[in-house]
Design a protein around this ligand. Sequence first.
Ligand SMILES: Cc1cc2nc3c(=O)[nH]c(=O)nc-3n(C[C@H](O)[C@H](O)[C@H](O)COP(=O)(O)OP(=O)(O)OC[C@H]3O[C@@H](n4cnc5c(N)ncnc54)[C@H](O)[C@@H]3O)c2cc1C
Length: 330
Amino acid sequence: MPTILLIGAGLSGLTAARELTRQGHTVTVLDKGRGVGGRLATRRLGNGRADHGAQYFSAQSPDFQSLTQKMAQAGIVHEWHLEQSDPADFKHPRWVGSEGMNGMAKYLARGLDVRTGCTVTRITTNETGWTITASEADNTLTFSADVLIITIPAPQALALCAASGLVLTEADKAALMAIEYAPCMAVMLQLDRPSQLPKPGGLKQTDGDDQHSPVAWLADNEQKGISPNQTTITLHASHAFSQQHLDDPDQQALIPLLIADVTRYVPQDAIVDRQIHRWRYSNAIKRHPDPFLAAQAHAPLLFGGDGFGNGNVEGAFLSGLAMGRESNVQ
Ligand SMILES: Cc1cc2nc3c(=O)[nH]c(=O)nc-3n(C[C@H](O)[C@H](O)[C@H](O)COP(=O)(O)OP(=O)(O)OC[C@H]3O[C@@H](n4cnc5c(N)ncnc54)[C@H](O)[C@@H]3O)c2cc1C
């Protein structure tokens, strides 16, 4: 059976790895992050937690519904009743990781061969497949396999191919170049008392493109049920604000600008800690129509992730599942 190297231990990569491992393949997943999950990201803040990437997800396809039910039974996810805030916006049930969204990734990674802290720097071809060069701490490592699956955001995938001198066909390159992501600045706050955010603790403040309201989304992670006895707040800046300030050298200076936009929910004197994270690639706003791209190459090479198909958490899952099921790597 062909061996498989997979770049990216986000939801898409972990889903593909689980499916291919289930089929009997030897799969190695490499991720540059300290842990698994990618944009399913949760940070510790005081004695609490804050999700700073994906905030919640819906499950509309039977395959994702089935996984969601399984995770709910295992205590990994629970429903967040956001329809209480806006029934028009939240027509489907919304789910969250019970110990943060990252908990889903940890659950899915169980039993898989995942190497974190391992940044892929070069892709080269060998006689039958692929050789990957990666850096892990101060070491340079190489991995080889018959099949390569890349689930990192398309702009990063294109940069990696270019840096490696890997020539893609014009059609494959054009398909990857058409995928676009919006940036997002995320601020996490630890409070010394409850916030004034109304139940259920999640609020879309603008549609995301409003130039005059820097904060598009606020979440109270205690009300969300992931940060017991410790109020933490997540703020997501609007696309317009994030785009405007993406390359500001002093990211810390953005925090007061965002806090000033939410003082009616978050009293400034209640804030005891604050952190900011810049997502250069947050949501895929222009996506490839299919759940993955099988590139024209001398050995099997697949590109997938949330830039393919439906986008968002469920789209990333469906992309990974499709790569595992339909990529004909048997
Ligand atoms: C701020 C924000 C808010 C969001 N809100 C929501 C939401 O509420 N609901 C929703 O459904 N979706 C939301 N999303 C989108 C959702 O998080 C993503 O669609 C989904 O998690 C993407 O999964 P993925 O596996 O495709 O990619 P990722 O999770 O990005 O996985 C890719 C992985 O590749 C790794 N990687 C990158 N380069 C390398 C390299 N050179 N070597 C090794 N590893 C590498 C990264 O570390 C990462 O772990 C949000 C995203 C962000 C950032």
